[in-house]
Design a protein around this ligand. Structure first.
Ligand code: UDP
Length: 238
């Protein structure tokens, strides 16, 4: 019998998490990340990933100022597909079964997002990487993560960041900044804490999906959280 209560998890990784010095995708870090993900998969938990594209292109970036927003956002979504393929490769190399499903149809590259098929993959123990965000411009991959978490009935959304949780202020700028161990969605909204964008947060709140914000650089944190240990900041429904 499993010790942990969490059965199905959605992990949101930002594109920047894959970045290395001067390279969009750092293969050594990607391998390390794949091992962290494998540790969760080895627990017998059903695991889905949503990866961002910020290491390659963001629709709202300075490189996109002269562009029509929809085109820029399509470029951003394509960037997430590149990252998803990199993750797929890194996971397969260490023996983790994985499928990429893209919200923008590109059958030569990845499966199309089909909810029932995604559920079947998860039930069979395959990691599913959801690529191309929601498939729509004017959204973020955080919102895509909340949406997919709701669709697959995830019992936890894990948001990997560079810092080890949600702070009262930016810990890099304000040494008195305090890390919250627990918050409610109402507190996140009332305190205007920038955990995820508003659309993403309210989607989780409405669908009662708890979110844990944690540092992707803390070795073993991902599996520890899934086993039920307190790491990072947990945002609960109440
Ligand atoms: N994007 C989009 N619709 C979506 C998800 C993403 O248009 O549903 C675009 C948007 O331009 C965004 C880019 O893809 O800036 C990359 O995603 P994001 O910035 O969320 O990546 P992250 O910050 O997580 O690396």
């Amino acid at each position: 019998m499993m010790e942990h209560k969490t059965q199905r998890v959605l992990l949101k990784l930002s594109g920047e998490a894959l970045m290395g010095d001067g390279v969009a995708i750092d293969s050594r870090f990607l391998h390390w990340l794949a091992l962290e993900i494998k540790a969760v998969h080895d627990l017998g938990v059903q695991l889905a990933l949503v990866v961002g594209g910020g290491n390659i292109f963001r629709g709202m970036s300075s490189g996109a100022v002269a562009m029509e927003r929809s085109s820029a956002d399509h470029m951003g979504m394509l960037a997430t597909v590149i990252n998803a393929l990199a993750l797929q490769n890194a996971l397969e190399r260490i023996g983790v079964p994985v499928r990429v499903q893209s919200a923008i149809t590109m059958p030569q590259v990845a499966e199309s997002y089909i909810h029932r098929k995604a559920m079947r993959h998860l039930e069979k123990g395959r990691v599913v990487v959801f690529a191309a965000g929601t498939g729509n411009p004017y959204f973020t991959t955080d919102t895509a993560a909340s949406l997919r978490a709701a669709e697959i009935h995830a019992d936890l959304l894990l948001k990997a960041t560079k810092v080890d949780g949600v702070y009262s202020a930016d810990p890099k700028k304000d040494p008195s900044a305090q890390r919250f161990t627990e918050l409610t969605f109402a507190e996140v909204l009332a305190k205007d804490l920038r955990v995820m964008d508003l659309t993403a947060i309210t989607l989780c709140q409405d669908n009662q999906i708890p979110v844990t914000v944690f540092s992707i650089y803390e070795e073993g944190a991902l599996a520890a959280i899934v086993r039920g240990e307190n790491r990072g900041t947990r945002i609960g429904v109440n």
